[in-house]
Design a protein around this ligand. Structure first.
Ligand code: CP
Length: 342
């Protein structure tokens, strides 16, 4: 099977940013979804489908990235993203090296730039980075020769999560155009929500955000994202979960990020769960068969009830499986110079 890797911009409405995300028509970095065209997202979805077939084989191995080196640098905790990048690289036969803040020379005070420069000097083709500071992946992309993938930076972006979410929705619905996708929860701190909004809006979904006023980002509250020319101008913002869920095709619950909440944004976990938790009775307001998603890790009993998280409409475990295939697709696009022959 051969799959197009998706080339340069096709619809001309994306920003290229300062980090040189493309060179000679090919994507070099994955920093956020704001510079992905609709055609490119569609190509990633097609390629992820081909990669998923490899994962269903008895022997889950393809030689596509033999001789390539992928380094993961995680400066924040992660299970799904780190492990899936490692698995994705290994299934495609790349050498995968994992670096964490603890146990590396970061503990001796080495800067992010010098650490990354050292990694690059060891011939890393792709560096996958998760960092607590927004913009850390962009900083490396503008200075290093290796391809950079953002595996989550601060509260800013988590593009690979958003792409696997788009793939998961598409695999159930066949098209994202026109779907009502409701994102509920801690929008203020959610890099997943921001990246998903770029991808969903570009693919033609009708996006609704729902949170208590204290967890809605100020740029939505002060109207700066509501200007008619802004891509998010059509995004609905709701504080009533009942109104938001009405007619939803997809319900995406977000983790309440207690570790990032310095101020008292909510009265109590119990109050939050009572007012914004996704329960079975609330889910009845959505369309029959609506998909329930969560990027993980979940606070079960807070933003989502266990019977919903593990219920018939939940695709949460599928999101994790799809994460491996999606990351295989991205690693192949960045590191291989050829088409994927599975
Ligand atoms: N969704 C997500 O980023 O999960 P991890 O923090 O486990 O990687």
């Amino acid at each position: 099977m051969s799959v197009e890797t998706g080339g340069g911009p096709a619809d001309g409405v994306v920003s290229e940013g300062s980090a040189g995300v493309r060179a000679a028509g090919r994507r070099r970095h994955v920093l956020d979804l704001d510079d992905f065209t609709r055609d490119e997202i569609a190509a990633v979805i097609d390629k992820t489908r081909a990669m998923k077939e490899v994962l269903h084989r008895d022997i889950k191995k393809a030689p596509a990235l033999r001789g390539k080196t992928i380094v993961t640098m995680f400066y924040e905790p992660s299970t799904r993203t780190r492990v899936s990048f490692e698995q994705a690289g290994k299934v495609l036969s790349a050498d995968v090296i994992n670096v964490t803040g603890g146990g590396s020379s970061v503990e001796k005070g080495e800067s992010l730039y010098n650490t990354a420069l050292t990694i690059q000097a060891m011939s890393a083709d792709v560096i996958v980075i998760r960092h607590p500071h927004s913009g850390a992946p962009h900083f490396l992309a503008s200075r290093l020769g290796s391809s950079i993938i953002n595996a989550g930076d601060g509260s800013h972006a988590h593009p690979t999560q958003a792409l696997l979410d788009l793939f998961t929705i598409h695999s159930h619905t066949g098209s994202i155009e026109g779907l009502r996708v409701v994102i509920v929860g801690d929008l203020l701190h959610s890099r997943v929500a921001r990246s998903n909004m770029w991808g969903l809006v570009r693919m033609g979904a009708r996006v609704a955000l729902c949170a208590p006023p204290t967890l809605i980002p100020s740029d939505f509250r002060d109207g700066s994202l509501r200007r008619p020319c802004h891509p998010f101008a059509g995004v609905e913002v709701e504080t009533s979960i009942e109104r938001a869920l009405e007619g939803a095709d997809v319900v995406m619950a977000l983790r309440l990020q207690l570790e990032r909440q310095r101020a008292g944004h909510i009265p109590s976990l119990r109050e939050y769960s009572r007012t914004y938790g996704i329960s079975g009775s609330r889910l009845k307001l959505a369309r029959p068969g609506a998909l329930v998603m969560h990027p993980g890790p979940m606070n079960e009993g807070v933003e989502i009830e266990p019977d919903v998280a593990h219920g018939a409409r939940s695709v949460i475990e599928e999101q994790v499986t799809n994460g491996v295939a999606l990351r295989m697709a991205l690693l192949h696009s960045l590191a291989a110079q050829d088409r994927f022959e599975a």
